[in-house]
Design a protein around this ligand. Sequence first.
Ligand code: C5P
Length: 227
Amino acid sequence: RLRGVVALDGPSGTGKSTVSRRLASALGATYLDTGAMYRAVTLAVLRAGVDPADEAEVARVAREAQLTMGTDPEAPAVFLDGEDVGREIRGPEVTGAVSAVSAVAAVREQLVAQQRQLIEQALLSPGGMVVEGRDIGTVVVPDAGLKVYLTASAHARAQRRTRQDIAEGRAGDLDRTHADVQRRDALDSSRPVAPLRKAADAVELDTTELDVAQVLERLHELVDDRG
Ligand code: C5P
């Protein structure tokens, strides 16, 4: 078991990013947002004018893209070919295309390899790493010291995403976001390669009725209890 790795998986809108960052800060750990990596490749695909459904072309763009991840939980960052794309990757164009791009096996192989490298490096320092995504506990680090699977009702998740969109200056539309959250979950859960699912040995935590402080409290208990 890799004691230094905390794997946090689950669908979007569960509060995963917020709690992952805060947990990492509190533990003195680094933080890896693997969703940002799939989003950055998706941005590269869109910029190249490639159809996200064209697997061969998507794989080519992914191979040629240079991704650099900043793993400080206070200032996580993602660079595509040297350009800070942290803001652009959260926009509706990327959000609409990311599930198609992340379903391409060659893209996943490449990003999982990069993720494992970053995790290996992080394990050299005492704080370890908090890694969030969809397949961290099942595929990327099956021997993580702690695996948590966050869930919440689709309604609660759509509400959180809408609030976050408004807070970050994007258009917020609850109905549209609700539809998007459900569409993305269905695509992410049904893809043949590394679908979104709870690892058998992950602790499931339903955040529907919990605020950030309550989720963090529970996560700290789980960290303290880990073997
Ligand atoms: O977490 P976030 O919403 O930024 O993830 C964006 C998308 O990236 C997800 O909907 C999913 O399609 C993909 N993803 C993935 N595997 C991961 C992380 C994200 O397929 N480990």
